[in-house]
Design a protein. Structure first.
Length: 444
């Protein structure tokens, strides 16, 4: 006689649990808006992803140096660990988890990120080797901060290696001097490791990595490192800066020094910098920026108050007069323009230890994250296609009038573009808004 009542209570309880239990956040990194420009779409390859551990032996341990003490006779060293997430074209039909586990900006909470990369999928054989793209996050950040771009690019036939920079991640945040010294060193070390991997018959990517066609993509401090890697040495003022690095150790990147004159590495064909940091406080100058001779794309927000748009991002672009270079500007966007993935939903709430909601680390006050990401995917696809794959079809997407708002969309009765059509290639009518695309050639 009790069973019907117990069943009713059980049903009511389960219904309550089903109703109130919070759903696990989806946290998509592969969002594609209906108004995404043409080249933002994923490519023809399925994507695999997995982490690898790398060790850069016998590096100076800047965190262990006491800057208030006397200069030591010998600086402490350590074997510098780097976790690198790889994204790569995968063998069709791979099954398995597509959830990445990543820590948020708070450095305490691990969340799931969902995309199209399948963990531990086997790489495709026979279509390679593929150009290499090294991705370098901001301070702080981690190897997943630009995962939206990493897996998107991998689907188009690239090997992507995204670095967890020790002392700069949400979990390892430490002395800023370590970041200043190690960014370029990490990027070049990963390049060498990826070449070793390509020649290692026991490695799953053996023979698939074309390191002779490499790009470095960096955001903020990753962009700072990319500028140095491309040939822009730092100034003496940067070396002497009280927060540059203890005992002048940043002189390893000093413009004109023997150590810096070994750069750029001939395997690196281009860099892409999102809001690169440093020019705004004199870490670079017009003279040191002339060390860059490879093609360069910079992207930034017009009201960036971290890297400073006018005196930082734009000044770096203008000063690199030995480079063919473009600048993509998101009008009224701040420092997070185009690079960070959308904020995990778990980061929407205020964090008293941070003093802000982690959401703010990823988002922009004006622009939608997915919209910015799609635009970045579009332009980076065109740039890498041109400079790493020599794809002449990409030129049309990089030959644009400077102000997107000035574009005229004009078609005839058959839908063909007329002679007065000047709308941005790849953007549907009414979607090229709030953007600038500017080009300077070598010597300008």
């Amino acid at each position: 006689m009790m069973r019907p009542f117990r069943n009713f209570i059980t049903t009511l309880f389960l219904s309550y649990i089903t109703f109130v239990a919070p759903a696990q956040a989806d946290n998509r990194i592969d969002g594609q808006r209906p108004d995404a420009p043409a080249l933002a779409a994923y490519g023809s390859y399925e994507v695999g992803t997995r982490p690898v551990e790398m060790i850069n032996a016998a590096q100076i341990d800047i965190v262990a140096i006491d800057p208030s003490a006397d200069r030591p006779a010998q600086f402490p060293t350590y074997d510098r660990p780097l976790t690198v997430q790889l994204w790569y074209p995968a063998f069709p039909g791979a099954t398995g988890s597509q959830e990445l586990r990543a820590f948020m900006r708070d450095g305490r909470n691990e969340v799931g990120l969902n995309g199209q990369g399948t963990l531990w999928a086997a790489p495709i054989i026979g279509d390679g080797p593929f150009p290499l793209v090294i991705v370098s996050h901001g301070y702080p950040g981690n190897r997943f901060l630009m995962s939206h771009l990493a897996e998107n690019i991998a689907s188009k036939g690239y090997i992507v290696a995204s670095i967890d920079h020790t002392d700069s991640t949400y979990r390892t945040l430490s002395a800023f001097g370590s970041t200043l010294v190690n960014r370029t060193l990490d990027q070049l070390f990963v390049l060498n490791e990826m070449e070793r991997i390509n020649n290692d018959s026991s490695h799953f990517l053996q023979g698939l990595v074309d390191t002779s066609n490499t790009a470095v993509v960096g955001y903020s401090m990753g962009g700072y490192g990319a500028l140095i890697t491309a040939g822009a040495g730092v100034t003496q003022a940067a070396v002497d800066s009280p927060f540059g690095a203890p005992f002048g150790l940043l002189d390893v990147h000093l413009s004109g020094s023997d150590s810096h004159n070994n750069q750029p590495d001939s395997r690196i064909k281009t860099i892409v910098g999102f809001a690169p940091w440093g020019r705004q406080i004199g870490f670079f100058s017009d003279d040191t920026m002339q060390g860059i001779s490879m093609p360069m794309m910079l992207l930034g927000g017009s009201v960036d108050d971290v890297s400073d748009y006018e005196n930082g991002i734009r000044a770096a672009w203008q000063g690199a007069t030995n480079s063919d270079r473009v600048l993509v500007t998101f009008d009224n966007a701040n420092h997070n323009a185009g690079a960070p993935m959308p904020s995990p939903e778990e980061g929407y709430e205020f964090d008293p230890l941070l003093g802000f909601a982690p959401f703010e680390h990823y988002a922009d006050a004006v622009w939608d994250n997915v919209r910015m990401n799609n635009i970045s995917q579009h332009f980076v696809t065109a740039w890498l296609g041109k400079h790493l794959k020599n794809d002449a079809a990409m030129d049309a997407y990089l030959d644009l009038i400077p102000n997107s708002e000035d574009g005229v969309f004009s078609v005839d009765d058959d839908g063909a573009f007329t002679e007065d059509h000047t709308y941005w290639t790849g953007f549907a009518n009414r979607t090229a808004k709030g953007l600038h695309f500017e080009r300077l050639n070598t010597g300008e």
